[in-house]
Design a protein around this ligand. Sequence first.
Ligand code: ADP
Ligand code: MG
Length: 580
Amino acid sequence: MVIRILPDEVASQIAAGEVVERPASVVKELIENSLDSGAKAIVIRVEEAGRRMIEVTDNGAGIPNGEIAMAVARHATSKLASAEDLASIVTLGFRGEALASIGSVSQMVITSMGQGDQHGMILRVEGGVIGKPEPAATSPGTQVRVESLFYNVPARLKFLKTEATERRNIDAVVSRYAVAYPEVRFTLEQDGKVTLQTTGGGDRREALSVLYEARVVRQMLEINSNYPESGIHITGLVSPTSETKGNRSGLTFYVNRRLVQDNSLATAVIQAYHTLIMVGRFPFGALFVDIPADRVDVNVHPAKAEVRFRDSAEVFSAVQRAVRRGLLSYSTVPSIEQHFPTPQEVEPGRGFEIPQAGFPFSDSGSIAARNDALPRSAADLPGVLESVPMLRLIGQIGNSYLVAEGPDGLYLVDQHAAHERVLYEQMMRQRGERGNSQQLLSPAVVEISGESYRLVLDQLPNLAELGFEVEEFGPGAFVVRAVPTLLSGLEPERALRVLIEDFEEDESPLEGEHERKIIARVCKRAAVKAGQALSAAEQKALLQNLEGCQAPRTCPHGRPTMIHISLGVLERQFGRKGAL
Ligand code: ADP
Ligand code: MG
């Protein structure tokens, strides 16, 4: 074969493949152009999931009459003049590739009128062949109409998913940009039906209802943290701990309002929820990372969906801290109010049993009197706006649950989950301190093989922090000289094995993640079990310790430690108020 330079159309088509992978990529590029032009309203019309037609119309600055032919040339942009400008990009576009790429794989018509123009211009591009611009009657702004996408690239067509999937992809792009630009009015019409519409009213939470149900949006938690050292500002809305998803796809990230894909940011958020939601469940939400333009490289990929941070650890940590902070200030007790079965729903004989004896709720006057004294002020606890209220112990039931009275009704506390939480926070605090370790009278040799051996080896420094004194003792064996005080009741071998039993192998465990899992595991092992009778003093101490926790409402594995039954619910159930 002879080496030759590819004809221009072929080169364009190859380049187009990187920018325009599917109809949703066309929609994304055209929306970005409209946003860059300062549009306040954007209408997107799509037919047959974009294969037949995609049309984006905006009321932005428009393209000046004389420049319309330039706009469709490859590497032609009004957003960038020199290489230095690349370091300070504030627009969504900058590569000057989108219109050229789209035009090379479709039949495209651009109609636009610039701000100073008397009339508009129209320009057709077909399979990369650029027509002659002609005057046209139009209003200020731009319309790009793309028909028969990929008509000249059959290979691309073959790779498209079903119409339903492509339609969902388009919906996802538009809704995600609608969330990021609540001040812009978005309308999406698919096959003649409006499937998405925002008001352009500027409220982020309101715009978020294009992604989630209104009921969920109302409960979402606002994140807002500033890190002046790095110039990073994190804002957004994330799911409350009571709402989760089965995978991480519900997390959307924006860097300087650009929609980006970044797995590590998602991991940062997931870590922030660690111990607050169940293992295997995931949070969702929209997070905005604002960072000085010179600290992020947006020119990593032709589709501009990825970015590279100058200091990614710094961004990771900012996101994680911001979300964690938001979560701790909002966490709420799961309330029985939402799940309380009505008598009709309860099978006879299997009702929600409420013990009859020993409940001092008959005298509602005394409860009201206690109300002002009881709630603990949020300000008492640094960094925690709302904690559990001060609880008055009533007793233990089923050797498993503590019953307590709070300012508004009854609290049932799972003694095992609560104790796990208490031990977990204690251990996190006491890492590396003296006195958290118990020397063994005679060192024990423990044989551990394979994966587990490497895990222990990797975790030796963390184990030491936790109070283990463990050394490698030839391949496949360790000698244990001391164990954490919490585990001193166990055989040394058991104590070490507790940590590694069915240790879930993460794809890539992150800094600190293993340690936290190990601690959670130790605590699970050391916590009082369900079915264990506790003395009154032990019950009381457990409640008090729980009140002192930073995240008292969940155990380290994310299960609730307590259930609240409000006085209102009790009154309704007894038919005193709002009778059923
Ligand atoms: P880029 O966005 O990277 O500059 P594009 O190929 O997407 O490259 O667009 C080329 C140029 O066409 C832009 O720089 C801009 O000047 C102009 N343009 C494209 N779309 C619009 C629009 N909707 N409104 C105003 N100008 C536009
Ligand atoms: Mg562009």
